[in-house]
Design a protein around this ligand. Structure first.
Ligand SMILES: O=C(O)[C@H]1O[C@H](OP(=O)(O)OP(=O)(O)OC[C@H]2O[C@@H](n3ccc(=O)[nH]c3=O)[C@H](O)[C@@H]2O)[C@H](O)[C@@H](O)[C@H]1O
Length: 488
């Protein structure tokens, strides 16, 4: 034993003796003689009895409330980087769980597994059974609806973090529930839960769309990107590699057009360089592509990455420029435009068709259940899902102005160096070749669908009766006071 430890142990003994001596001294002073000894002995007995009774109570509690104990464990052991640790909302999910309590401990049991199997079971012959992460997010929501509509089984998972208004995510969750899709309140970094989920039903595919999005926000909260886009992806791939059913599921996941970074060749092709990311967001997506390669190589997971190009549409992400600009135009607030920025804006329905095409053609994983190594090579694919026609951001604003019937209060500035790239442009020949991907929606048409949903969801009045949302050239005062309230 090291000297310090011996010393401390000896000190401990001395302290005990000293304490015992002091207490009996006090007793002797208080009572004197034999009575003192009697009181001292009975106080020892009382102390032992109290300890025993406490132990018995703890044992009883553990037997009767095991979930409470494991819950407090899972809370205290949550990763500090987990998105769930800081940004969960407290809403209840449709499966009756809420927020952090939904981690490993609470989603289990026979009833829970039955519910997972119900939601995961396809309603058509040869239908897919898909676990969709980020199902209450923009793309995850639309993909889940589309899969369900064609008779596939879908179980969703989302941590409902507050990166943008969680009430919008809850509204998407309610709509999915009305179509028979359960969305669990859970984090992709909860590996134990993912494992139980993939053991509860024979999922054929994982559509992994949960991520920390937003190019410029990465400068404000860098760890969130590492947690969701790197650690979270690893967690999902681990669960897929070690799935308990005979066949590992195939994984289709969201990468990003941002991986092209400082690439100047255009249109962007999957064959171009992607080793010069301009933002941490892009870097984490690029890291994800390398991680996918490793899991495909070792475990024979079939993995398809999809590089999305600025996806927009109804039920979209309020943090994205088209959405926040629409809100600002309605409210009469100024918007800041980055000079000369152009984007290959891609309408959600086109992207959903691409996602479903990628799922349908994913090919099987070749690893054996339990995470044993592959029995042969499995597909590893990467596709651009863009619109193939970049549009200046100023044009996007002009279309919004027309649809909303109101001029934007524009401030044009030089693009700040915050991770943004000046333009994106997708070459989609690979996706067209392999699963018939063909974007068909113009920005004008797509934004019209978005504005239709936007005015209805936020209950914005049509003052003009001229097809536009607001009175053309309407009264500034009224516009300023126009409130937007989300439809429930
Ligand atoms: O394809 C992707 O991989 C990414 O697409 C999306 O990123 P972006 O293309 O940057 O979309 P978005 O923020 O809507 O800005 C659109 C345009 O408005 C310009 N822009 C933006 C903000 C502003 O205040 N002013 C402005 O001019 C800006 O310069 C840009 O030209 C997703 O958010 C991201 O999660 C990821 O999926």
């Amino acid at each position: 034993m090291p000297a310090g430890v011996v010393d401390a142990a000896a000190k401990g003994v001395r302290l005990d003796r000293h304490a015992a001596g002091a207490s009996s001294l006090l007793l002797r002073r208080a009572s004197g003689g034999n009575k003192q000894l009697l009181v001292s002995a009975s106080s020892h007995l009382l102390f032992r009895a109290t300890v025993l009774a406490t132990l018995a109570l703890v044992l009883l509690f553990a037997v009767h409330y095991p979930s409470l104990l494991s819950h407090s464990f899972s809370l205290s052991s949550a990763s500090p980087h987990s998105p769930s640790s800081s940004r969960r909302s407290s809403h209840r999910s449709l499966l009756g769980r809420s927020g952090p309590s939904s981690s490993s401990s609470s989603y289990s049991g026979a009833a829970w597994e039955r519910e997972i199997r119900r939601s995961a079971t396809p309603r058509r012959a040869d239908g897919l059974s898909v676990l969709v992460t980020g199902a209450a997010g923009f793309v995850g929501f639309h993909c889940s609806l589309a899969l369900r509509a064609r008779g596939d089984g879908v179980v969703g998972l989302d941590n409902f973090n507050a990166y943008y208004d969680p009430s919008l995510k809850r509204a998407r969750q309610r709509l999915l529930a009305s179509r028979g899709v359960s969305v669990l309140d859970a984090d992709i970094n909860d590996g134990a839960l993912l494992h139980r989920l993939l053991s509860a039903a024979p999922f054929t595919h994982v559509l992994h769309l949960a991520a920390q999005a937003g190019v410029r926000h990465a400068m404000r909260d860098p760890q969130a990107y590492v947690s969701s886009n790197v650690a979270g992806l690893v967690s999902v791939l681990e669960a897929a590699a070690h799935a308990q059913y005979q066949q590992q599921p195939a994984v289709v996941w969201a990468s990003s057009s941002s991986v092209y970074g400082l690439n100047t060749e255009s249109p962007f092709s999957e064959d171009h360089r992607t080793d010069r990311p301009a933002s941490l967001y892009a870097a984490t997506k690029k890291a994800g592509e390398a991680i996918a390669h490793a899991y495909n190589h070792i475990y024979g997971l079939s993995i398809t990455g999809l590089r999305f190009f600025t996806v927009y549409g109804p039920w979209g992400r309020p943090d994205m420029a088209y959405f926040s600009f629409a809100r600002s135009i309605v409210a009469g607030d100024p918007i800041t435009l980055f000079r000369d920025a152009r984007r290959d804006f891609t309408y959600i329905d086109d992207v959903v068709r691409g996602c479903l095409g990628a799922l349908d053609t994913a090919g099987k994983s070749t690893g054996v259940s339990g995470g044993r190594k592959k029995s042969g090579p499995a597909p590893l694919r990467m596709y651009n899902l863009g619109n193939t026609s970049p549009v200046p951001v100023t044009r996007m604003v002009a279309v919004l102005e027309k649809l909303l019937g109101k001029k934007a209060n524009k401030r044009v500035v030089t693009m700040p160096s915050n991770g943004d790239v000046p333009f994106t442009h997708a070459n989609v020949t690979h996706a067209a070749r392999d699963f018939g991907y063909r974007p068909t929606t113009s920005l004008e048409e797509g934004l019209r669908h978005f504005v239709d949903w936007f005015v209805q969801y936020y209950k914005i009045e049509n003052k003009g009766g001229n097809g536009n949302v607001l009175a053309a050239g309407g009264k500034t005062g009224k516009r300023k006071s126009m409130a937007m309230s989300a439809a429930s």
